[in-house]
Design a protein around this ligand. Sequence first.
Ligand code: MLT
Length: 389
Amino acid sequence: MKINENYSNLEQSYLFSTIAKKVKEFSENNPDKKIIRLGIGDVTLPLCKSVIDAMHKAVDEMGVQETFRGYGPEQGYKFVSSAVQGYYAKRGVSLELDEIFISDGAKSDLGNILDLFSKDNTVLVPDPVYPVYVDTNIMAGRKVVFADANGENEFLPMPDNNVKADLIYICSPNNPTGAVYNKEQLKKWVDYALSNNAVILFDAAYESFISDENLPRSIYEIEGAKNCAIEFCSLSKTAGFTGTRCGYTIVPAALGALNKYWLRRQTTKFNGVPYIIQRGAEAVFTEQGQKEIKENIAYYKENAKVISETLTRLGIWHVGGKHSPYIWLKCPNNMSSWDFFDYLLENAQVVGTPGAGFGKNGEGYFRLTSFGSKENTIEAMERFEKLFK
Ligand code: MLT
């Protein structure tokens, strides 16, 4: 046998696993210290009532002969795809049901979609960005080129016609910087993709955090996008499904074989999201569900405000938080990202995510999440005030 040697080209461990390991070690050596975790973007508020009620009902159905369900459609039950279809329609995007694929989340689909593309494709990835895009392509041995995101372009790199790419990743609102493309900017990416016969892999996982109605939440709000873009979204951050697992991927029929191949791939390698979870997901899209999740998002946004105001008071440069759950800051005293991570853990027991973990342009930066509890966020910021005043 021959092993997939591409794995040896990866960092030793996944960014968030490395962080978890470091924090575990610190906590074992300092059992009396209270650690505040603002690292991985994991939600803390419980699932909303509509979701819980729907899942309870579904549990009961599973215990009754007449309503019990076994294998479901791999691409998801129609009741969820219809709910997603209705959600898009509200923003003027019309989708066919067979363009919507329900899955266990954006991370898996972002990795799995690569089954559909030749190894010979060149991949364009913004830097910094969610590390899964790069890692999954390294695993497959694909060539990755980077689009630099930095202070000069407000962390929103634009297409460069001298760079030829076949697959383009866009994450807007961006993880980790929180930067959001406007419609004109996204149109430039769509035009670039169309003229290069490229496919955009658009990660919309943070769309529900966009506060400005004029900013696009879906790439399909841009003319021509259905001919060149696949969109990934998840209920993880939108509705607190990080542990519950449900998301959706849109593969437009206009992409021809890609739509058919994705169905083929999913039916072969995936058995669908559990019925109970899909009933919970359906509830997210009801009027009441939307009202409830918006309250949770507002709670996290309030945390982002607390973080941002504290950093402003301390004169620490930062962006984000307005249209995303992440605050992206410059490490004080020109510290490197990982030095700052260690410093903060040692001296304030606050965990964040080193910017360098998102790419070379993230070096010297640091990410804090607003997904903590209000109390912990306030306490973390009090510790910042003490440390950096
Ligand atoms: C993050 O912290 O960047 C995310 O939680 C990771 C993820 O969504 O997988």
